[in-house]
Every structure is written in structure tokens, then in C-alpha cells.
Design a protein around this ligand. Sequence first.
Ligand code: UDX
Length: 431
Amino acid sequence: MNISVIGTGYIGLVAACCLANSGHQVFSVDKDLDKIEKLNRGVIPIYEEGLETLLNKAQQSGKITFSSEIGPALINTDMVIIAVGTPATADGRVDMSYVNDVAESIIDLAAYPLTVIMKSTVPPGTGKLLCKRFFSRAKVPISYSSNPEFLREGKAVWDWYNTDRIVIGTENQETAEKVMELYRDIDAPKICMDITSAEMVKYASNAFLATKISFINEIANLCERVGASIDAVAPAIGMDQRIGPHFLQAGLGYGGSCFPKDTTGLDYISSFNGYHFSLLKSVIEVNTNQRVMIVRKITQALDDLHDKKVAVWGLSFKPDTDDVREAPAVDIIKHLIAEGAHVVACDPVAIDQVKGVFTHNRLDFNTNPYETCRESNAILLATEWSQFLNLDWIRIKGLMKSPYLVIDGRNVLDDKTLQNMGFSYIGVGRS
Ligand code: UDX
């Protein structure tokens, strides 16, 4: 098939490269000229495992081309995949302006019948409205399907090929078959439903996963108060097959480009539809508090943060990505600086991203975790990059200053060993 993919974020680019490697002819579009120039040189503008190799293979076989012009993407194509951003606005609404721009281009420029596939996360009800707009204003017939993605950043290529399910929301069988054709080489259940339900599946999945995280964080907070250990509690809960072992890792809570915006987005959508989604509101509140709580723990342990130096390990919202959107570390660093601390931050790949959004005269950066510990009173492990898991703690102790505080925001360090070495160790819900 000839497929145009609009948007080269981690969803659009992964979809474009994977589809090209499945033998489709892909035309990938982004209005960011700088990104297109990089992609044409075979360089991916984001950090995503395995993606550059896929891109290079697709380019060598001539299966993928890039352009900043949407016009050519709407001519001689069977399918247009919309994968542009739907960020949150300041008041929590879903910003639909990029989706609307693409829809208007389709209405204005499509000259042959085509199928539009929505991969952007859009509020339930959007697809139905778009179908009406296409039907009443486009010059050619446009069929439509909601086809949400469940790709994790950093593991998106793996997730594409190993997804648990493919959700296809459409009102007609012919369109469903066309969408299935996209995934002909993927062995996963393909579930067809109406458009609005498919849109809801995406929000409900992310909201449920966020709920699991906030739930386990609350249990961890309670463990601290009653003297239980989340290390024992979480795995034992997860062994119940009805609960499952995933997303029960207590810590600083969720960040990234999806969970925060999709939970606030769903909360807004609920209110807009006259429904008070109290559970979801609590999930969001717990996640925000988790960050504040860690700052309180550091402040209490160091008495006062003025003239104290804190090393922060990990800036990205999770390991294996350079994405710092809604990253707990960035929020916490802002709090620490506001409380008077001097912060030295460390990350294998995300330092430039933080410098792009936030600098301060009491914030330094270093890619070497040992260097960040020099003269520091505390270390906060905010993101569990593998680089931070097997370090020489004798050397670290020699570089640090009293009280040798280690705050393990992800519960991944060996608490007993560190305590025996003379560190003051604080985790999340570890007795
Ligand atoms: C998520 C969804 O997993 C994916 O299906 C969706 O399409 C996009 O959003 P992603 O944002 O890449 O993917 O991150 P994910 O790996 O799911 O983790 C999200 C956040 O939750 C991270 O900040 C992570 O540190 C945190 N997390 C995850 C926990 O705090 N505890 C856990 O047990 C699991």
C-alpha cells in the first residue's frame, strides 16, 4: 500500500519505519524542517532503541521518503495515518489544533478516495465528528478508523511487533480490512469496534496503568508509616493473576508524554460530559504529591537545603529515553533549587533536553555520576538508568560529604548494603 504518515514524533516515526520495513511505500511528513533534514540524512531526531537501524534499512530499500510538505502526501496515497501531537493545554484540555490542521488539509487537498487512520490520542467522540466533516466537505470519499497505539517510549519498535492487541475502530468492514492489512505480519489479536469505543480504549488503558502506579505508591507511603516493606508487599499482590505483576513499582510516580496528559485529558473530558471521575482525580493528585513528598524527605534529612549540594541521577522520565516531558526529576530539581539547594544533575542522554527547558545558576550538569557526588550531601536517584545500578559505592562515599544521604526514588539500590557502608538510605515504602 502507499501510506502517508503525518507527524514524525516517536509514534509517527516508529509507525512509518515499521510499515516501510513491512514492504509498504511510506511517505512521512513533518512541518519541522530541521527534523526532515536529519531524517533525510538517516539520523533520527529522538532516542529510540532500534529505530535508526530500521530507518536506514527502509531508506536503502527506497521504501520511505520524508517531506515537510503535506500536499504530496495526500495525492496518490491509499491511506493517511495521523500521528501528530495532542498536548495538554494549561487548563487540562486536549489541544486538537494539530489534528484539526491535518484534517483541514485532507478536506482541501485530497483528490482521490482515501482512508484516514487516527493514531493520535483524541477525545472519545472526535472520530465521529471528523467523519461528518469529511463527509460534508471533502471532494472525495474518505473512510476513517481510530487505531490507537500502545507503544512505550524507548521500547516502541519492540512494542510495535509484540503488541498485546491491535484495536481497530471503524464503522465499516472494508476499512477494518484495510487497517488489518497494515499489520499483516504481526501476530496479535485484532479487535474491531466502533470508533468512539476505540478512542476510549486508549484513554482507559493509560488511566488504568496510571491508577496502578498511584495505588502502589499510596500503599508504599502507608508501608513507611506502619513498618511494612513494599518490596515484600508489591510482588505478593502481583502474584494474584487478577492483579498481575506489572506497574506495581513504587517510586516517584509516572511522567512522560502520555500518562500525565492523558489522565488530565480524561479528567477534563469527564467533567465536560458532566461526570466527576473522582478516582482519576485522586490518581493525578497522588502522582503530584509523590514528587513533593520526596523533596520533604530530603529537606527533613538534611535539616535545611541552603548551602547543601544534591546530586540528582536521572533526568528523563524513565530509562532508555531522552524525553524529559513531565519528568519527576525536573519537577523535583525545581523544588530543591527553590528550597536553596545546589543541584548537580546527571543523565546519560537527557542533559541537553533539560538545558533546553530549564537552567539556573545553582544547577550544574555532568554525565559522570561519580563527578556529581563530589562534595554533595545527598544523592537522589530519580531515574533507574542501568548506569546507576552498579557503581563503586566506596568511591562515592569518599567523594561525598556528611550525612551521606542516598534517596532512592525508584527502590532499585541495595538498601541494606548501603546502610552497612554508612550511608543514610531512604527509599519509597521500604521499611
Ligand atoms: C505509556 C504506555 O505504557 C503506552 O502504552 C502508551 O502508549 C504511552 O504511555 P510510556 O509513557 O513510554 O508509555 O512509559 P511507561 O513505560 O508506560 O512508563 C510511564 C511512567 O510510569 C514512567 O515514568 C515510569 O517510570 C512510571 N512507572 C511505570 C512507575 O512509576 N511504576 C511502574 O510500575 C511502571
